[in-house]
Write a protein that binds this ligand. Structure first.
Ligand code: ADP
Length: 157
């Protein structure tokens, strides 16, 4: 049973994240999507809302499970019996940020491999941070997120 963890803030989940989840799920028996809780950040959406939206947009994929975790992802991965950390690479900026994380996690947890998938070019410019800026400015975010996410954030106003 090969299990992978895909952790992130998902604040909010974007079309880029969903693409990564769909492609990652095809590589393993089970993909656990984990909302990583960072108490020092003030998020747009509560953890429970982020989990609910991820569950909604992944409901058609049987091998995907969604949960949340506060603390080190390597500890979560160990507790889950996972052997793979899934990450996405959009550009050189992601590579620069991701390499030290992957190498640090490798030191912390031998046998846990970080696997990178290249972002789909259709979504490689999409980030949760820019979506929050567009939303803050009153712009339309429907090109960047699943419909259920846009509906949820529009209701929020
Ligand atoms: P954080 O940046 O807070 O860790 P994110 O939810 O933004 O959390 O990202 C989680 C992972 O998803 C990271 O590996 C990131 O590179 C990847 N990712 C984010 N947006 C995209 C996208 N549009 N396409 C592919 N991968 C992405």
């Amino acid at each position: 049973m090969r299990r992978a963890i895909y952790a992130g803030s998902f604040d909010p989940v974007t079309l880029g994240h969903v693409d990564l989840i769909e492609r990652g799920a095809r590589l393993v028996d089970e993909l656990v999507v984990c909302v990583a809780v960072n108490p020092s950040k003030s998020p747009l959406l509560a953890v429970a809302d982020r989990v609910a939206l991820l569950e909604d947009v992944t409901s058609a994929i049987d091998s995907v499970r969604v949960t949340s975790h506060e603390g080190l992802i390597v500890d979560f991965a160990r507790a889950e019996g996972a052997t793979v950390l899934l990450r996405g690479l959009r550009d050189g900026g992601d590579f620069r940020d991701e390499m030290p994380m992957a190498l640090t996690n490798r030191e912390l947890a031998a046998g846990l491999e970080t696997v990178f998938l290249c972002a789909d070019p259709r979504y490689s410019f999409i980030s949760s941070r820019l979506i929050k800026e567009v939303l803050h400015g009153g712009g339309n975010i429907r090109a960047f997120v699943p419909e259920v996410v846009a509906n949820r954030l529009e209701v929020r106003g």
